[in-house]
Design a protein around this ligand. Structure first.
Ligand code: AMP
Ligand code: ZN
Length: 144
């Protein structure tokens, strides 16, 4: 796609700190370095976000992640864990609309990264909870 910053990075029109490349996948350091080694893994095919993936594209991207994640851990002293994040849509904080997976190595509790989940379990009766699952399950079955 001509007007996409990540397509331009893949094509070499914009420089990047590349860590991995093959026929389908490209990985490079995120410019913001939320933590040291923060890396983006992207498909070479321009897709906006997860809603445009098919299973082949998902396989190609997600199958590379363990190798890249392990390389980050093995090459940077002090990595104790890693958050793997994928923002889809503006509401979910996606700012670049070429799909990408964030690999954010973690060194300590308090650093440039915060993530919190609100516990809303008390807002659902068991029936509502089961109905919610059933509705998603039905849709999955209708497209499989
Ligand atoms: P998101 O907010 O999930 O869409 O993440 C987009 C990420 O792309 C941000 O973390 C940016 O720092 C990163 N980014 C944008 N432009 C570049 C660039 N030219 N090189 C490296 N990372 C970039
Ligand atoms: Zn693109």
């Amino acid at each position: 796609m001509t007007d996409c910053i990540f397509c331009k990075i893949i094509n070499g029109e914009i420089p990047s700190a590349k860590v991995y490349e093959d026929d389908e996948v490209y990985a490079f350091l995120d410019i913001t370095q939320v933590t040291k080694g923060h890396t983006l893994v992207i498909p070479k095919k321009h897709v906006k976000n997860i809603f445009e993936y098919d299973s082949d594209l998902a396989c190609s991207i997600f199958s590379r992640i363990p190798k890249i994640a392990n390389a980050i851990q093995d090459s940077l002293p002090g990595v104790k864990g890693m958050n793997i994040l994928n923002n889809n849509g503006e509401i979910a904080y996606q700012s670049v609309f070429h799909s990408h997976i964030h690999l954010i190595p973690r060194y300590q509790t308090e650093e440039g990264f915060k993530l919190s989940f609100t516990d809303n379990s008390k807002s659902y009766t068991n029936d509502e909870f089961q109905q919610l699952a059933a509705s998603i399950k039905k849709t999955i079955e209708s497209v499989s």
